[in-house]
Design a protein around this ligand. Structure first.
Ligand code: IFM
Length: 445
């Protein structure tokens, strides 16, 4: 059968994040996070759902690792809950929290699955929020200390480290649009948070270079999407360029070029005055870029929209999130970051789709997810052929989980999680993805 073969050593994995899967929020000394506080605030999440129990990965991780091993995965991307390690965000280490991640890493290594550890996937300790959260520059210092603690504890056994997951989402959805924790609607605040997250990233990379693990690699994961104008009109082209600066380049430029892109005055003036030393720290070279890709953005000039830009509603083949299925966007994006920013290596650290999966007679048939992954992998393969140093692909997500403000109403998993019992059931896509990983190739047709 015709197939697309991937380079030897390519990483095949799945991704999750602490608050979305772990549960056990009051166990073994874990402190409160901003997502505990937000999800317990009436009206913030779908039907008031929370991550209190989530998928109970905290207790069921051995079973989850077994599922990954049976699928033939050779990598797993997970995040550490900062408040498990430092319940107050700083101060004394909570050994029991560290022990959980030690056990998880042991289990993964026992099954020859490479751990890929994200330090921050949005669950800031609430105690630090009380001190200003990411509006407080010191939070970045505490982040670097937390990162350092993990380098010391796990550095010799975790080959891939990610400082931040999707800082754009944490900054903008959390501080300008109020859809994520901590739930503020203050645009200038969000721009300050952008800068402080970038500083936190830079300080954590610096700590890694100074006395972090020698044989491991560190990078950052950004949510990126090509931005296309709705028409060929000049005004729409300008809107697309502005939206690209505000979304993709807001993080790519400082990290890879040491400077913010040109921004409209209102955005630029809200950014703190950065010193050359700060920009140098932010652009401390990383070993890889993590790309989270789900869909493209189509925009038009719109005087009523934020900064004169309007989003054109997605059309065509849509997922349950209302996101257009657009595999070509992954190719375009990978080529663009390779040509314009030259990362040494790239990983697709998330790509996936939510569909309205149903379990019938113990089976979940999800052909649309298989088609989604097949098409995106075929574009990833083409990007490798065009010279992109793509080293791995992580499907989002291993299992259905807590999709932030949408609660459990959106199912992204390869494993169906049965409400109540939390039993894991392999969807047909899990079996298909297992074949891909085991063959290191995508079957065509
Ligand atoms: O579930 C999220 C994840 O936490 C970050 N990236 C996008 C996913 C789907 O929305």
């Amino acid at each position: 059968m015709a197939e697309l073969r991937f380079p030897d050593g390519f990483l095949w994995g799945t991704a999750t994040a602490s608050y979305q899967v772990e549960g056990a929020v009051r166990e073994d000394g874990r402190g409160e996070s901003i997502w505990d506080r937000f999800s317990h605030t009436p009206g913030k999440t779908f039907e008031g759902q929370t991550g209190d129990v989530a998928c109970d990965h905290y207790h069921r991780y051995p079973e989850d690792v077994e599922h990954m091993a049976r699928m033939g995965m050779n990598a797993y991307r997970f995040s550490v809950a900062w408040p498990r390690i430092f319940p107050e965000g700083k101060g004394p280490v909570n050994q029991k929290g560290l022990d959980f991640y030690r056990r998880l890493v042991d289990a993964l290594q026992g099954r020859h699955i490479q751990p890929c550890l994200t330090l921050y996937h949005w669950d800031l300790p609430q105690a630090l929020q009380e001190k200003g959260g990411w509006d407080n520059r010191d939070t970045g210092r505490y982040f670097a200390e937390y990162a350092h603690t993990l380098y010391q504890a796990l550095g010799d056994r975790v080959p891939l480290w990610i400082t931040l997951n999707e800082p754009w989402v944490a900054a903008i959805l959390g501080h300008a649009f109020g859809q994520h924790a901590p739930g503020f609607g203050d645009f200038p605040l969000a721009m300050r948070v952008v800068h402080h997250l970038l500083l936190a990233h830079g300080w954590a990379v610096e700590a890694f270079r100074h006395d972090g693990p020698r044989r491991a690699q560190i990078g950052i994961t950004l949510n990126l999407s090509p931005v296309e104008p709705a028409t060929g009109k000049e005004a729409d082209g300008q809107a697309a360029d502005l939206a690209d600066r505000f979304t993709n380049r807001l993080f790519l430029d400082p990290i890879f070029r040491g400077a913010y892109p040109e921004l409209p005055d209102l955005m630029r003036s809200a950014l703190p005055q950065a010193t050359p030393e700060e920009m140098e720290r932010i652009s401390t070279p990383v070993d890889f870029l993590g790309v989270n890709y789900y869909t493209r953005q189509v925009v038009e000039a719109d005087p009523q929209g934020l900064y004169g830009v309007g989003m054109v509603p997605a059309r065509g083949d849509l997922t349950e999130m209302g996101w257009e299925v657009y595999p070509q966007g992954l190719y375009d994006l990978l080529i663009r970051v390779h040509r314009e920013y030259h990362p040494q290596a790239v990983y697709v650290t998330e790509n996936g789709a939510a569909f309205a999966d149903e379990i019938q007679d113990g089976e979940v048939d999800d052909p649309r997810r298989i088609a989604y992954v097949r098409e995106h992998l075929s574009r990833a393969h083409a990007a490798i052929g065009a010279g992109v140093p793509l080293k791995g692909y992580f499907y989002w997500s291993l299992m259905d989980n807590f999709e932030w403000a949408f609660g459990y109403s959106k199912r992204f998993g390869l494993l169906y999680v049965v409400p109540g019992s939390l039993e894991r059931v392999w969807k047909r896509s899990a079996r298909w993805y297992a074949q891909v990983a085991q063959a290191n190739a995508v079957p065509l047709g």
